[in-house]
Ligand binder design. Structure first.
Ligand SMILES: *Cc1c(COP(=O)(O)O)cnc(C)c1O
Length: 442
């Protein structure tokens, strides 16, 4: 083990926020169109589901339901965080916390996976043809078909919400396996929508394991496997095209002279990994994807450093996997996703819970947006990369320093708009009670 790897492991063990630059990042990453068939397929499927989604989820005010989020100006956030304008570049917020119905990034992967399953079943039953518009999936015949199938998922919360709500809206029997400490309001919301919630002692991984074993015994059950699912992954990957379109609309250039940095909160890795996969496909070496993980749950960072032959978990390092960021409380990274990140990922940084709480507060005060602690992890990304010592070393080693002023930083806020008012007020209250962190030094 070389010295810098040892130093990073030491920072992780002592729960010191740190930035790790991926030594295997391919700095000459080319765009290879043929590789992206999967993402294109999923984007197509979600397009073909536009009418279906509108029929299933009538939104208040008659707004059409779609799985798209706005790209917001983040200048107020940069100012609130006293970002040094000389190192700068523009800040933008990809506001997935506002995604309708599910209120988180999980809408992208989760809705896509359930719609893909429904399409396969309907296709086999002759209710739709290949590549048809998917509106007939809401027909009485389709509902009758789906009611004979169970969709089940293991979840810390947000994935369960997105899978459960979509599955039950289509008429599936929906079962969500949750760890005991999952948020009560999420369980209540699911139950109120006809979803069966099964609570398990132990953490997220054991909820997943239990759910997977139960489903394996029943051929009418489809288990959504957060650690292995390609349909989830491609659903997330299609967000890359959406961002590319929005950047083009804003006339934001992305090329060698105008680098794009994207900061993505990471749990098991599917959401940030899928998006990074899609972005590398579209922008090649001009995009730099940086993941953010809680200090107690840096599962992807550990796996990337440990290599890809054997799974390694946060428990192996003596960490607790207990964090305010329940969407990121994952002990073991996806072994589907980790190897795909090997040459695509720029780096990963870790954030303390206190810092996450502060960032929730700052986002609320500066932009008036409601994000949950998990979703706040990306907010400090531009500071970590442009102002910490390890971030500056990374930029220098990649020859990115001279272009910083022309760079764009996209912070992906991944969830939070559905958090009930009292719950959010309690988070802001907890933020007031903790010491202000000054934690991007390392
Ligand atoms: C699930 C989740 C993530 C991370 O997604 P993974 O696929 O688990 O890596 C980030 N933010 C929020 C709010 C989430 O719910």
């Amino acid at each position: 083990m070389n010295r810098s790897t040892e130093a990073t492991f030491e920072a992780l063990r002592s729960r010191r926020p740190t930035f790790w630059a991926n030594p295997e990042e391919d700095q000459a990453w080319a765009r290879i169109p043929s590789l992206d068939v999967a993402a294109l397929a999923s984007s197509n499927r979600l397009d073909r589901a536009a009418t279906l989604l509108r029929a299933l989820f009538p939104l208040p005010g008659g707004e059409p339901m779609s799985i798209h989020s706005p790209l917001l100006d983040g200048a107020g956030l940069a100012k609130a965080l006293s970002a040094d304008p000389t190192t700068g570049g523009a800040w933008l917020i990809k506001a997935d916390h506002q995604l309708p119905v599910a209120g988180s990034i999980k809408a992208r992967g989760g809705f896509h996976e359930v719609i893909a399953l429904a399409e396969r079943l309907a296709l086999a039953a002759g209710l739709v043809g290949p590549k048809d518009d998917l509106a007939p999936l809401a027909s009485p015949d389709a509902r009758a078909l789906f009611s004979r199938h169970i969709v089940s998922v293991g979840s810390t919360g947000n994935l369960g919400l997105s899978i459960g709500l979509m599955a039950s809206a289509l008429g599936f029997r929906a079962v969500v396996h949750m760890s005991h400490d999952a948020k009560t309001w999420k369980k209540e919301r699911l139950r109120a929508n006809g979803v069966e919630v099964v609570e398990h002692a132990g953490d997220y991984a054991s909820a997943v394991r239990n759910g997977r074993e139960l489903a394996a015994r029943d051929p009418a059950t489809h288990f959504v496997d957060d650690e292995q699912s390609v349909d989830l992954f491609t659903g997330y990957a299609s967000a890359a095209e959406e961002l590319a379109r929005q950047l083009a609309e804003r006339r934001v250039p992305v090329d060698a002279d105008h680098p794009l940095f994207v900061y993505l909160p990471c749990g098991v890795g599917g959401a940030p990994g899928g998006i990074a996969y899609g972005l590398k496909h579209l922008f090649g070496s001009a995009v730099h994807c940086v993941f953010a993980e809680p200090v107690e749950s840096p599962c992807m960072l550990i796996q990337m450093m440990a290599g890809f032959d054997h799974p390694m978990s946060v428990y192996d390092l003596g960490l607790s996997n207990r964090t305010e960021a329940d969407g990121l409380a994952v002990g073991q990274a996806s072994m589907l996703v980790a190897p795909l990140m090997r040459s695509r990922l720029a780096g990963i940084y870790t954030v303390s819970d206190n810092h996450l709480l502060h960032l929730v507060c700052i986002a609320f005060n500066a932009l008036g947006v409601q994000v949950e602690p998990s979703a706040a992890a990306g907010i400090v990304g531009p500071l970590v990369v442009t102002q910490s010592r390890s971030g500056r070393r990374y930029l220098a080693s990649r020859g990115l320093e001279s272009n910083l002023a022309r760079s764009t930083h996209v912070i992906w806020t991944t969830g939070g708009s559905l958090v009930p008012q009292p719950e959010f007020a309690a988070i802001l209250q907890r933020a007031k009670g903790v010491a202000a962190p000054c934690e991007i030094e390392d």
